[in-house]
Structure formats: C-alpha cells, structure tokens
Design a binder for this molecule. Structure first.
Ligand SMILES: Cc1cc2nc3c(=O)[nH]c(=O)nc-3n(C[C@H](O)[C@H](O)[C@H](O)COP(=O)(O)OP(=O)(O)OC[C@H]3O[C@@H](n4cnc5c(N)ncnc54)[C@H](O)[C@@H]3O)c2cc1C
Length: 416
C-alpha cells in the first residue's frame, strides 16, 4: 500500500474497529481498517492450546451476556455459547479457604460494591479504596479482586467510575473463543494488516493518515486505539489534540494477564471451580480449574503483581503459580502442571495494558475521549464507554456509535 484513498479510515482492528467497520460496510460507506498487528481482534485473541481446544488470551467472558451484542453475533456464526455460571460469585472447594470464610468474604465484597454506589452525584470523587472497611478482615482479598477487575489497586481507581460500571450479572463464554467470534465479524470489511498508523493530519479539507506503509487520504477517521497508546502519543495529531491526550492519560490500562496450564488427573477438581493462591494479601493469583471442563488451569494475575511478573516472561508467572499452588496442594502438584500459553499485555506495544480504569477524579475523561472532533475525527474503544468500559461489548457499542456519527455527519455534508 504506497498511497490510497477512502471515505473513513478506521485506526485499529479490535472489537471497536471491527464493529465500526461492519456498520459502515453494511451502510455502503467506503472504509478501511488499518491495523498494526498481523491479525485482527486486538485484545480479543483466541489461540489453540495444542490439543484442538481454543483459549482466549484476552477477553473470554461475554459479560452482561443477556444484553451483549457479541452473544447474538457468535450464535449467528454457529458458535457454541457455554452458559455455565462463572466461579467468582459462588463458593468453591474449601482448599485453603474454608466454606464459612468464603461466605464471609463474598458478603464483604458485596458490601464493598454496594458502598461504591453511595458516593453522591455532586460529591468529589475519591479512590475506590476509601470504601474498604477500616482494618477489614477481607481488604487484601477485595483489593486482589479489584486488580482482576480493574487491573490496578483500589487506591488508584476512581470510585465514581467503578460505581458507573453496569453489569447485568450474566456471564457466558464462547467455546470456540470470544476472539475468534470477534475477528470473524470483520468478514467482508476492507482491512490492511501489519500497518501501524503514525499520524493524522487534519489541517486540510481532507485528512492525511500516515502509516508505516504509506499515506491514506480520507474524509473522516475513526480512532479506536487503546487509551494507553493514545496517551503515549505514538500516533501524532496535526494540529495536536491535547484534550484527547489528557483524557486518555486519565484512563490508563491496568495490568491483567492469563496463564494457561495443562493439568493432569484433572478430574479430582470440580469443573469451573476456583482457588485463590492466598486469601490474606492482594498480590495473589486466582486459579480457575477445568474451564469448560477441560484438563487445564486458567490462572489470572492482576495489577502490580502482573506488572512485576511481566518483565520475567512466562517463566516468572509459572514460578509464581507453582509456589502458590504447591502451597495449597502440596509439593507433588508441581509435577501435574505444564505451561501452555501466556501473553503479557502490559509490554505489548499495541495494547500497553489490559483494560482501562479511571484514576480518581477522571471518570468523565471517558466522555471527553469519546467526543468527536469537527465531525470528522471519531473516537471509539472500550475506554470511551461510560458503563461498559473494559469490555469487548463496551468496545462494540462505542464502535457502532462512532460509525453512526460518521454516517450522520456524511449525510449532513451532502445536503445542498
Ligand atoms: C487478559 C484480558 C482479559 C480480558 N477479559 C475480558 C472478558 O472476559 N470480557 C470482556 O468483555 N473483556 C475482557 N477483556 C477486555 C477486552 O479484551 C477489551 O476491552 C476489548 O477487546 C478492547 O477492544 P478495543 O477495540 O477497544 O481495543 P483493542 O482490542 O486494543 O483494539 C485496538 C487495536 O488498535 C491496534 N493498534 C494499536 N496501535 C496502532 C497503531 N498505531 N496503528 C494501527 N493500529 C494500532 C491494536 O493492535 C488493536 O488491534 C480482557 C482483556 C485482557 C487483556
């Protein structure tokens, strides 16, 4: 691609970019997704586990599944929706965590979440950690869960933003992979892969989009990059858009990484059950045993723990997991597990983290980031969503909304 021309350039081919591309293509608007990676999907990424099963290194759960557009899309693609409830709202085997303590912890977690909703609308925002019970018995573990949910310690997370998160409580999975379903939704949408966008010049009547493989001229651009990538200014706007950079900086991407382990003699454990590595600290992994009934463990690490392990690569995660699991299940357990796959999202140059959270006082940055500029630069991506941020369906909804804006703006320009 030396140079080319289109009506709408879509920068980034993740869930938001794909949703926007699908909507524009269906409306017969000439568009082109320009994606830096050699694949579509972004933080939605399904790979094989080596035995024929699909594993999701990024999004895996159809959160708010009863109103999640990806559920219907995956079903229409003929994929299998697994409706087994997730392990995180119920008690699991009492290994290192007696059932009565699990109940007490789940009640404390629920109370904390309810407290977040008590922040009055007009009041100043505070860190979510403010709502932890002083010296509460379960604060460490609630903070650990916070690192899985937000990718950061509760002390860094806006209570207002966390309170706005809208979760229907219904969670399903796609057996063939959430990432597979999302990438397949781009079928028929024009795409260029392996093509990082470096800059957008919006000083003239037509836009000039500079990429690693040449320039593209366009009437409009729909930018779907992760907020952390926008904040780093790897994509330069001319003239500059400081309000977008500031808004993106208020919405960093937290750390969350999954390590998949093969497990021998797996039947000893319940399907879709889970263990916390430790219940007395926030720097701990959570281990989902037999996801989909498979002989595997899906280990999850969040926040500062994931950030500390990432530079050491897969080995560091495996060593940490073995230390925690043998602490619970005995030294012989190490012989029963074998690493399958891990992706360190924080050091991935095209993601720079896993999902966005708002710093205290920065919840409204989501609306600032999402606002169009001059009716021809449109913004989408999970960080732009008020209540469905950090999710693949939030990304979808912002992508479709931005595409609708672009369609409306185009119609307006064509009126005499
Ligand atoms: C470990 C993990 C677990 C998760 N679990 C869940 C879950 O269970 N359920 C859920 O709903 N969500 C989950 N998520 C979050 C979900 O994956 C994301 O919110 C969603 O995929 C984001 O989509 P997006 O389009 O906003 O961004 P992205 O998917 O990041 O898309 C942006 C695209 O822009 C590309 N790009 C970057 N720089 C450039 C450039 N310069 N030029 C061109 N292209 C560029 C990127 O490669 C990427 O493809 C998880 C994420 C992770 C990492």
């Amino acid at each position: 691609m030396a140079s080319s021309d289109t009506e709408v350039v879509i920068v980034g081919g993740g869930a938001a970019g794909i949703a926007a591309g699908r909507r524009l293509t269906d409306a017969r608007v000439d568009c082109l997704i320009v994606e830096a990676r050699p694949r579509l999907g972004g933080r939605a990424w399904t790979v094989g586990d080596g035995s024929g099963a699909a594993i999701d290194l990024g999004c895996g759960w159809l959160h708010s599944a009863d109103r999640n557009p990806w559920a219907a899309i995956a079903e229409a693609q003929g994929r299998t929706i697994d409706k087994t409830p997730p392990p995180w709202r119920r008690r699991s085997a009492p290994i290192g965590f007696p059932l009565a303590e699990q109940s007490a912890f789940l009640a404390a977690l629920q109370k904390f979440e309810q407290q977040l909703d008590t922040l009055p609308d007009g009041a100043d925002d505070v860190a979510a950690a403010t709502f932890l019970e002083p010296l509460g018995r379960w604060n460490g573990l609630i903070d650990a869960v916070g690192t899985y949910v937000s990718g950061a310690d509760l002390a860094r997370v806006s209570a207002r933003d966390l309170g706005r998160y809208d979760d229907s409580g219904v969670n399903w999975r796609v057996r063939e992979g959430y990432g597979t379903a999302i990438a397949a939704h781009a079928a028929g949408v024009p795409v260029v892969l392996d093509c990082p966008v470096r800059g957008i010049d919006h000083s003239e009547r037509r836009l000039r989009v500079d990429t690693a493989n040449g320039a593209i001229t366009a009437d409009a651009a729909l930018i779907t990059l992760p907020s952390a990538v926008i904040a780093e200014e790897t994509l330069a706007f001319t003239p500059a858009l400081p309000e977008k950079i500031h808004a993106a900086a208020g919405l960093p991407l937290g750390h969350a990484d999954k390590l998949f382990l093969a497990l021998s003699d797996a039947d000893e454990f319940d399907k879709d059950s889970r263990l916390f590595g430790r219940t007395d600290r926030s720097r701990t992994g959570v281990y989902h045993f037999r996801p989909f009934g498979r002989p595997q463990i899906e280990a999850y690490f969040g926040g500062p723990l994931a950030a500390t392990l990432e530079p050491g690569g897969e080995r560091a995660f495996v060593d940490f997991a073995i230390a925690e699991l043998t602490g619970l299940l005995g030294n012989d357990f190490a012989r029963r597990i074998r690493p399958l796959r891990l992706h360190p999202w924080g050091v991935d140059p095209f993601a720079r983290g896993s999902y966005s959270y708002a710093l205290p006082g920065k919840a409204d940055c989501r609306a600032t980031l999402a606002a169009p500029v001059d009716d021809r630069l449109f913004f989408a991506g999970e960080a732009c969503s008020r209540g469905d941020y950090s999710t693949a369906h939030g990304a979808y909804l912002t992508g479709v909304a931005a595409a609708e804006h672009a369609i409306t703006a185009r119609r307006g320009k064509r009126l005499p």
